[in-house]
Write a protein that binds this ligand. Structure first.
Ligand code: PGA
Length: 251
């Protein structure tokens, strides 16, 4: 049985005071719910303050990115041990905004995923096709290639430690969600690819859907057999709306 996982990706939003205020409103709304494991990924600058605000709760802290070296002359970068130091349990890698705006490629993403596993942080590896690629009938080609490249260095035996987020680029921040059936079709494909790569262990890997997830669609998405959670951008910025998503509440 895979435990559902609902993660907030705050992107470049929230100052320290706003992150702490979010936690103060959010925690009471989810404290009696064990519907899903809940993860918050604030910007780097709010990791420390949010981590303190979450102390004693079961809500996990995540970073949005990492540099795959332990230390060294890498001005402005953040290492895996630095994230451990701040209490991060998860870290996003390969988000489509990193791929599109910052030119991140699969081999770099693979190095990040491995570097995180080596310090005990679980990578959330993001994949997804653009509208153009979907319309050209290239979903499996693109998503399959991203999976293969981004998971290239993941050792067998770590399947319970990795999470995949399938986020069709055309659904991110646009209000256009894939229907549950459309999402399941790709999730089923991802599960099949993971099974070729990892064998039986692939059944443990949680696959999140991302792209305009909100209280109105979370329950229908979660009804699908290979959708194990969600990565939520816009709707995660408001504590009430994100609490509804995290409770997997039908609304
Ligand atoms: P969205 O973002 O929920 O605002 O579409 C999702 C994401 O980019 O992770």
């Amino acid at each position: 049985m895979r435990q559902p996982i609902i993660a907030a990706n705050w992107k470049m939003h929230k100052l320290n005071s706003e992150a702490v205020a979010f936690a103060e409103s959010f925690l009471p709304l989810v404290q009696d719910s064990d519907a899903a494991e809940i993860v918050l990924a604030p910007p780097f600058t709010a990791l420390s303050s949010l981590g303190s605000a979450l102390a004693g709760s079961s809500v996990q802290l995540a970073a949005q990115n990492v540099y795959p070296e332990e230390s060294g002359a890498f001005t402005a970068e953040i290492s895996p041990p630095m994230l451990v130091d701040l209490g991060c349990r998860y870290t996003l890698v390969g988000h489509s905004e990193r791929r599109a705006l910052f030119g991140e490629q699969d081999d770099f993403i693979a190095r990040k995923a491995l570097a995180l596993l080596e310090v005990g942080i679980r990578p959330i590896v993001c994949v997804g096709e653009t509208l153009e690629e979907r319309e050209a009938g290239r979903i499996e080609d693109v998503v399959g290639g991203q999976l293969q490249g981004s998971l290239a260095s993941i050792p067998a035996g770590t399947t319970s430690e990795i999470v995949i987020a399938y986020e069709p680029v055309w659904a991110i921040g646009t209000g256009k969600t894939a229907t549950p059936e459309m999402a399941q079709e790709v999730h089923g494909f991802i599960r099949k690819e993971l099974s070729t790569r990892f064998g039986e262990g692939s059944e443990e890997i949680r696959i999140q859907y991302g792209g305009s997830v909100k209280p109105e669609n979370i329950a229908d998405l979660m009804d699908q057999p290979d959708i194990d959670g969600a990565l939520v951008g816009g709707a995660s910025l408001d504590p009430v709306s994100f609490a509804k998503v995290a409770r997997l509440q039908r609304s």
